[in-house]
Design a protein around this ligand. Structure first.
Ligand SMILES: *Cc1c(COP(=O)(O)O)cnc(C)c1O
Length: 371
């Protein structure tokens, strides 16, 4: 990456650390099923999947069939569960690439059945998020799904929607979701249906409700070490999870401005005194949120914080380095990560941008190199 304009660096040691910490938190018998969707939250799905394979991880989840195919083509091994909808015309890919499909509701189960070939599935069970999964109250329909001859039932799962909240009513809701899930699974198993593996915990579930159990934990954001803004996180996890990703960009040019001169689109930046701007070779086209314009965001240059100056462009970003000595074209700026002891976390960037780390990370663009 000696020549790159803007790139992502993945810290293999931090990833290994997070795998070990999360495994230590998992309930007995529960295994990691990392979420590699959205290009592994921007980290690079094949890169991360292969590293996790080396660490003994044997199950993954993705959002869509294309993501599953990409992992297989990249040599990732183990179970791969598609969490979302796959179009019936794409069903042949499931067998071809050994992918496991979520049954997103009863109507969808019938489409899978009518396809006519055997397909491996996990049954989605809706316990109160009301997004995907057949409703847990619909026991007869769930039994009918289990009776469908072409569905090879590998497991069943639900998703918790307020597991990250410490509020008492949210904790009660989470407990009720878990009870409804286990009750439903119990009924199905009592009626003689085989459901080999069940799961309900994502990151916040593992951190705050590990007692809820399950055979898999579908961890995403925690694996990438970006939970630092979650209320209660610091109490829940010792040692802390470590950020896996850094985002860096090349300084293309350094320029001096006279007092009263302006810079960038809309001339939104105005030099009040003699000023120095560095032009970073990264922009909103790479996933840098444009709302960080006008000093809302800060980046690291020469180990010092430098505010973003004026409006972020598609491919370039101006930063004010008036207070940083010795900045040269070709130097590297850090947008997420550490430099000479100073740090900007993705949690900080997300807060400044009015969003969550998951959104920032998953939108980091394909134009960025990854190493
Ligand atoms: C994205 C997703 C996950 C992972 O969520 P994190 O909060 O990042 O751990 C788990 N399960 C489902 C169904 C998801 O959609």
């Amino acid at each position: 990456m000696e020549t790159g304009r803007a790139w992502i660096e993945i810290d293999r040691k931090a990833l290994g650390h997070n795998v070990a910490v999360l495994r230590s938190l998992l309930p007995k018998g529960c295994e990691l099923m990392p979420a590699l969707k959205a290009n592994a939250y921007g980290h690079g799905a094949v890169l991360v999947g292969r590293e996790l394979n080396k660490m003994g991880v044997r199950a993954f989840c993705v959002a869509c069939v294309e993501e599953g195919v990409e992992l297989r083509k990249g040599g990732v091994e183990g179970e791969i569960l598609i969490l979302g909808y796959t179009h019936p015309l794409q069903f042949p890919l499931l067998e071809q690439y050994d992918l496991c499909q979520t049954v997103v509701d009863y109507a969808y189960a019938r489409e899978l059945q009518e396809y006519g070939e055997r397909v491996a599935v996990h049954i989605g069970i809706d316990t109160g998020m009301h997004r995907l999964g057949e409703r847990c109250e619909q026991v007869d329909r769930l039994c009918q799904i289990c009776d469908m001859q072409n569905l090879v039932i590998k497991g069943a799962y639900t998703h918790l929607c307020v597991a990250d909240s410490m509020a008492e009513n949210d904790r009660i809701y989470t407990r009720q979701q878990a009870e409804a899930f286990y009750h439903t699974i119990g009924v199905l198993r009592n009626r003689g249906y085989q459901i080999p593996r069940i799961h309900l915990l994502a990151s916040s579930g593992v951190l705050f409700h590990p007692e809820l159990g399950g055979d898999y934990a579908r961890v995403g954001i925690a694996l990438y070490g970006a939970c630092g803004d979650m209320e209660g996180y610091r109490q829940a996890v010792q040692p802390p999870l470590r950020p896996v990703l850094s985002l860096k960009a090349r300084i293309a040019s350094v320029r001096e401005l006279q007092p009263g001169e302006s810079a960038g689109y809309g001339l939104a930046y105005v030099a009040e005194k003699p000023a120095r701007l560095a032009v970073l070779a990264i922009g909103y086209g790479d996933g840098l949120p444009r709302v960080l314009s006008g000093g809302t965001g800060e980046v690291l240059v020469g180990g010092r914080r430098a505010p973003i100056a004026g409006r972020i462009c598609m491919d370039q970003t101006l930063v004010d380095v008036t207070n940083v000595d010795g900045v040269q074209p070709g130097d590297v700026a850090v947008l997420i990560g550490s430099q000479e002891g100073e740090t900007v976390t993705v949690e900080e960037m997300a807060t400044r941008a009015g969003t969550i780390p998951n959104e920032i990370l998953s939108r980091l663009g394909g134009r960025l190199g990854r190493k």
